[in-house]
Design a protein around this ligand. Structure first.
Ligand SMILES: Cc1cc2nc3c(=O)[nH]c(=O)nc-3n(C[C@H](O)[C@H](O)[C@H](O)COP(=O)(O)O)c2cc1C
Length: 143
């Protein structure tokens, strides 16, 4: 199984989270490819059996806290996912609020089947990565 792990990171925490997800996917016995979200192409999506997509949390004002604008823009440019299993993750400093729900909806709008989500505090970006990867790998085995 091939899993694409794509992330939007400004200062490296979400990249660390993505690296932890990729390592955990490999520990499940699957292939993992890491990509910067904004550089992810239609071919990358096509070649993947499943995707994991992560962003840092960006807030402008308290009611407008969500995935980084750059992440949502990049997801909007991705090609259709045709029911592929997907996981979403984010790193945050204070409170992720609706970030995971917004990521989930934006991937579902692309036709992905979101089976796992995880928010990790920036002080422990790799926390929860193993569980997220396990769920994603299990959803693949069930197919
Ligand atoms: C402009 C800006 C706005 C942010 N807004 C929020 C926020 O509203 N809520 C929150 O929990 N963290 C917020 N953060 C913190 C980041 O989400 C957090 O530090 C994250 O781990 C950074 O990920 P990165 O290292 O991959 O860029 C903000 C950071 C920046 C730079």
């Amino acid at each position: 199984m091939k899993v694409l792990v794509a992330y939007e990171s400004r200062s490296g925490r979400t990249r660390r989270a993505a690296e932890a997800v990729a390592a955990a996917v490999r520990a499940c016995g699957s292939d993992a490819t890491l990509k910067v979200l904004s550089e992810t192409t239609a071919e990358d999506i096509e070649h993947a059996d499943a995707v994991a997509i992560g962003s840092w949390v960006e807030g402008f004002i308290v009611v407008k806290v969500g995935p980084a604008k750059a992440a949502l823009e990049a997801i909007g440019r991705l090609s259709a996912m045709g029911g592929k299993p997907a996981a979403v993750f984010c790193t945050y400093a204070a409170n992720p609020r609706a970030t995971l729900a917004t990521l989930r909806r934006s991937l579902e709008a692309k036709g992905a089947n979101v089976v796992a989500e995880n928010a990790s505090h920036r002080s422990h970006p790799d926390r929860g990565a193993a569980e997220l990867a396990k769920r994603l790998c299990a959803s693949q085995e069930a197919m």
